[in-house]
Design a binder for this molecule. Structure first.
Ligand code: SF4
Length: 243
């Protein structure tokens, strides 16, 4: 293990989990060594190296059915890293996160506090390939599902490397799947939102504030959630003002 990198408790837990999966050293080789290799490059260069490395990823079953891998998008001069659960139908086709109806709503929500993916937000997902209820029907709309724990586990090294490269000053979890995964919690989004958490970077252990709000797709289903999301955006705006 390189001596200049600290392993956080989260990574140690992940390594213990990996033992259950029979892949003891996977985390270190994927995350820590990759970060060390790319550390002499610019952020853009490190991201390009990361995306090249995983461009043909087949580390879980989602790799065999995706049309396009969806790593993330946004400004490298960002204030907030927004993290959703995974690509849906439109995202799978365009290779970009949050581009369907939920994406349009997300852009409006962000704009309410002067955030924009072109200038001050970076957007990524927990998994980078499209989870489908019925993978035999990839062109069926409404075939999306949440990623399984195994898929999230397989894909997490990519997000962890994105976090270490991007060094987000603030993290916003969009929805229950992202919140539970990043906070290692079994609670739902309605219980997790409304608080500011300390999130430790997966390898370096650096701590930054993390906030949880509803996934924009949930708002499309239930407009009553808008009030809570607006409250969350005001908290996020106050955190940004302190940066
Ligand atoms: S979801 Fe992640 S781990 Fe699975 S194939 Fe896609 S990039 Fe690889």
């Amino acid at each position: 293990m390189p001596s200049d990198l600290k392993i956080s408790a989260e990574v140690r837990n992940a390594i213990e989990d990996l033992e259950l999966f029979g892949e003891e050293s996977l985390y270190i080789s994927r995350v820590e060594e990759n970060i060390k290799k790319g550390s002499s490059l610019s952020k853009q260069g490190q991201l390009e190296a990361l995306y090249t490395r995983y461009g043909n990823c087949q580390n879980c079953a989602l790799g065999s059915t995706r049309k396009k891998i969806v790593f993330g998008t946004g400004s490298l001069d960002f204030k907030v890293l927004a993290i959703g659960e995974g690509p849906g139908y439109e995202e799978d086709r365009q290779g970009l996160p949050f581009v369907g109806k939920a994406g349009v709503l997300l852009d409006k929500i962000l704009a309410s506090i002067n955030l924009d993916r072109k200038t001050n937000v970076y957007i990524a997902n927990i998994v980078k390939c499209h989870p489908m209820r019925d993978p035999a029907q990839p062109d069926l709309r409404g075939n999306d599902r949440a990623p399984t724990p195994e898929e999230m586990f397989s894909c997490r090294p990519i997000l962890d490397q994105q976090i270490e490269i991007l060094q987000p000053p603030l993290i916003l979890c969009l929805g229950s799947v992202a919140a539970k995964n990043l906070l290692n919690s079994s609670q739902g989004v309605s219980q997790l939102r409304g608080k500011v958490y300390d999130f430790a970077y997966p390898v370096s252990g650096k701590k930054v504030p993390l906030l949880v709000t509803y996934h924009p797709a949930a708002l499309l289903r239930n407009e009553l959630l808008k009030k809570d999301v607006w409250h969350d955006m005001k908290v996020l705006r106050d955190l940004i003002a302190k940066l």
